[in-house]
Design a binder for this molecule. Structure first.
Ligand code: NDP
Length: 259
């Protein structure tokens, strides 16, 4: 049975009720996990209020922490708070990415250096930094799950810089899985089909991508945040105890099609 009772799970990347991380957090909660939630802080505290209003009542997180993954000090203080409050961590959900608009449309070769490195920093390096901070807290083993997209292995129009970031992210999964396996810490990625969210709306032509999937995918539809959440809950549970270093596609089968 899928049971996460007694597991402490830190979930990053909830921006609103369309976020994939919101779907994941709900399914982890349903399976009995004790949740901690991080949010990206802004000067006026608007993101904090928005995320708090969304998660507080239904999920009752026992930790609610600011964490901008571009800031090493914030990563450190997030995991220090986890150590103080929980003592150990079992699950880390890395569900965040960012690219400036000029990295998500037009000619790929036109991407400015600053756009490229910022996207790689937030969307790929952050998994390495967070895993390093999680490692000493996963004293009874653990599961780290990140979110990726087909644009990291194939060319998808406009995905551009984010495609390179996802390719790096997927390789991070393999290197981290190799390093952390002896500690019984598993690291996997979920490659989700396109879903309308704040982040995906920045990708040029996202609606066309969704309509294309609805036409071509074997299941003739896109996936939902909760379906991705179910897969994340599975990967975090003992049911997936033999799975590490993998990228699992949750995409209505789209990625198997040649035409
Ligand atoms: P959301 O916009 O809901 O989530 C993206 C999250 O990343 C937001 O919470 C955002 O915070 C956060 N974020 C951005 N920059 C930083 C930072 N510096 N530090 C901390 N957090 C940051 O979009 P999705 O749910 O779509 O995205 C979640 C993940 O799923 C991403 O990795 C995305 O690439 C991946 N994915 C999405 C697909 C889709 O079609 N939607 C398909 C396949 C994968 P804020 O909004 O407050 O800025």
């Amino acid at each position: 049975m899928l049971d996460l009772t007694g597991k402490n799970a830190l979930v990053t990347g909830i921006a609103n009720n369309r976020s994939i991380a919101w779907g994941i957090a709900q399914q982890l909660h349903k399976a009995g996990a004790n949740l901690g939630v991080t949010y990206l802080p802004d000067e006026k505290g608007r993101f904090e209020k928005k995320v708090r209003d969304l998660v507080e009542e239904p999920l009752k997180p026992s930790l609610f922490l600011p964490c901008d993954v571009q800031d090493d000090a914030q990563i450190q203080s997030t995991f220090e708070s986890v150590r103080e409050k929980w003592g150990k961590l079992d699950i880390l959900i890395h569900c965040l990415a960012f690219a400036d608009k000029d990295g998500l449309s037009g000619d790929f070769s036109g991407a400015p250096r600053s756009t490229f490195s910022k996207s790689l920093d937030i969307s790929a390096y952050s998994l390495v930094a967070m895993s390093a901070a999680a490692k000493p807290l996963m004293t009874e083993g653990g599961s780290i799950v990140t979110l990726t997209y087909l644009g990291g292995v194939r060319v998808i129009p406009n995905y551009n810089v984010m495609g390179v970031a996802k390719a790096a992210l997927e390789m991070n999964v393999r290197y981290l899985a190799s390093e952390l396996g002896p500690l019984n810490i598993r690291v996997n990625g979920i490659s989700a089909g396109p879903i309308r969210t704040l982040a995906s709306s920045a990708v040029g032509g996202i609606l066309d991508m969704i309509h294309h999937v609805e036409k071509i995918a074997p299941m003739q539809r896109t996936v939902t945040q909760l379906e991705v959440g179910n897969t994340a809950a599975f990967l975090c549970s003992d049911l997936a105890s033999g799975i590490t270093g993998q990228i699992l596609y949750v995409d209505s089968g789209y990625s198997i099609m040649g035409m």
